[in-house]
Design a protein around this ligand. Sequence first.
Ligand code: ATP
Length: 651
Amino acid sequence: MKFDPNWVYFAIFGLLAYMFFTNKDAMPTEKQIDWSDFQRHARENVFAKMTVNLKENLVLAVVKPEHQRAIFGDTLPVATPNRWTGEMEQPSVKVTLPSADRFSDFYDKTKEQYHIDATVKYEEGGNFWLSLLSSLFPILFIVCIWMFAMRKMGGGAGGIFGVGNTKAQMYDKTSDANKKTTFKDVAGLSEAKQEVEEIVDFLKNPDKYTKLGAKIPTGALLVGPPGTGKTLLAKAVAGEADVPFFSLSGSDFVEMFVGVGASRVRDLFAKAKAKAPCIVFIDEIDAVGRARSRNMAMGGNDERENTLNQLLTEMDGFGTNSGVIILAATNRADILDKALLRAGRFDRQINVDLPELNDRKEIFIVHLRDIKTDETVDTEFLARQTPGFSGADIANVCNEAALIAARNGKDLVQRDDFMNAVDRIVAGLEKKSKITTLEERQTIALHEAGHATLSWKLEHANPLVKVTIVPRGKSLGAAWYMPEERQITTYQQLQDEMCATLGGRAAEELSTGKISTGAANDLEKVTKQAYAMVVYYGMSERLANLNYYDSSGQDWGTFTKPYSDETATLIDEEVKRIIQEQYLRAKEILQLNRDKHKELADMLLEKEVIYSDDLEKIFGKRQWLSRSQEILQQQGLIEPEPEAPSEELKT
Ligand code: ATP
């Protein structure tokens, strides 16, 4: 049978408790009496032996057998052996003395007179060892409990109670927990997949590369927005590679004890080296790999930095790891320490971006495998309706659609269910029961119609798909657009987007002469965008081509901004100017299309939801004015509604 060290603690604890509680005052053979009774019994010469404890002012007097019944009556105790010495303990009485002197006075005076024949023994104190033990008991008790708790926390052998052991989980050929995920489950991401497939190949056929003199890379970093499939890729590697795979999260290194992080890194690499060739996967590596602080005087996070230093050493120190490949994932490569990213540590950075149209289609195909759909569901259409969605969002849409269909008692999931799921994910749950007054609904309709009108009239604004005044999530109305999937955005595009966003408030002001709180979200978005244009993109007139962004993720703080107070004022002024310009522009365009805007708002009030077809009925084919035409028209130099380039709405 395996020996469990916890039993030792239990045994020590039990023994101490026994000694502590059994050392307490009254023994079973003792009876407590008061001083006057004691004097009376002493004069009657009932005691055979008296032991005086001078320290505690106690007398323990053994009663002669012939007097025992008189003193103890029915409660006469039976003589028992002493548990320490084994001697038989005679029934005794115990008395607390007013003082030790009073006893000796009393004894001296009465001894002769009453012929007392008891032997008297004076003792300096109680049992030294017992009293020492009982005074130490509380401390020993706490130590026992603490050691027991530490053993439990440490979880076994190694280090100081095992706290420094790595928490990595290991998967190998024999463990099939992760075998289920393969590269087939990862849709799209073709470049990223190719890179990690190569890593698997390095480990399977190292000779293929080393015979040409190539070195096997030490690490690859998967970088990308949340939910794009980084962890999924790593799981697929674990499922496909026939080598041991250690998986842990960056936060697993972090602990409240100093030095534990570094010790866990050492332990992880020691275990990995013992199993080489193998793969170590660290998810959310930014928890530990964040850039070390430059200014130690301001106080860095020492423990995390020690952990990072240890990681750097292990990844490319003197004892380079042969056959251990590190895969890591993060959403924030910009804040990682530069030393971690250099070649030799993470040789490869694999970008896992938000999926494009074709990738989204493939992801839909993967996630629709288990969902029973009817023939109305077309993955191409669904992919088009979900721009900006990550793989995780798409998985969520599929699941949500199935739930909606089930709630409506359908046997198969239909296209409508998918559309409802998309709407729900984008804008939140529809809240038809939210009570709004007619006046509020009119304002919302005007607001949403303002957005819709501008998005129809501005060249670079995202084309509108649907607009509603049914409250959803936190908003009272919502408009769906089909964003263009682009990699760079021009100044004109940003301007048009801002103008369309401000269209809601501009419409309220123009139509009712009042403004409302309904535009708060729009204003937040626009202000952030204008600020980014000035500070990050160098897109303002007076601060052209300047960038005040530190891509290393360091916060400049309030006192160390890299610009002067005058520049700060300029930034504020430029942000205000950009927003003001677009607001005026929005009002101008709405003014020019006043009747149609009103018509649209009325239609919205009546139908609650309108689509791009309805807009086309009101405004005609989507057409926009160039900026110069807008100005000319504003000044009355050209007719409103000029012949302008038109284009079909591509949705
Ligand atoms: P985070 O950075 O937030 O940890 P992540 O990039 O690691 O996110 P995953 O956990 O890999 O994201 O993805 C979450 C889920 O999204 C997966 O379990 C999977 O269902 C789905 N998913 C994401 N990308 C894909 C893809 N390319 N193919 C199939 N499913 C995907």
